[in-house]
Design a binder for this molecule. Structure first.
Ligand SMILES: [Fe+2]
Ligand SMILES: [Fe+2]
Length: 138
């Protein structure tokens, strides 16, 4: 099984905006919950439900970030929003793969790694920039 997300890394990923950081922590907790289900050999139906929860929470989180961007006239909003959309599309496609897959141990693990890698890169490259902009705008 792939590595767990270390607490130290979660702390390093803080961007300094209370609601964004709180939502990121919740999102990581959902992703870790999904991982726990994988370790407990959950059936594919439960995994599909767990992925659905992650997608729903992510959608709300993205909408909240986008509202913050909109409020402060964030100049990189269009690009950031596009990256959000692409992730939601990919996650939905992956969910479908898990739904159809007989190799239920392989696709979900790939999805877990994909989500964690995506999340880390996105926070470091995009959300941190947004949080810095919000700090200066207020
Ligand atoms: Fe975010
Ligand atoms: Fe974002």
């Amino acid at each position: 099984m792939t590595r767990r997300i270390p607490i130290r890394l979660i702390e390093k990923l803080e961007v300094g905006h209370p609601s964004i950081d709180a939502e990121h922590r919740d999102l990581l907790a959902l992703v870790e919950g999904f991982r726990n289900q994988l370790e407990e050999d959950a059936d594919s139906e439960s995994l599909v439900l767990a992925i659905g929860e992650i997608i729903e929470y992510t959608r709300r989180h993205f909408a909240n970030e986008e509202a913050l961007m909109d409020e402060c006239g964030y100049p990189e909003m269009a690009r950031h929003v596009r990256i959000h959309r692409e992730l939601l599309e990919k996650a939905a496609a992956q969910q479908e793969k898990v739904r159809q897959s007989r190799l239920i141990n392989i696709e979900p693990i790939k999805l877990y790694s994909f989500l964690v890698d995506w999340f880390i890169r996105h926070v470091v490259e995009e959300d941190r920039k947004l949080a810095d902009y919000l700090k200066n705008a207020n």
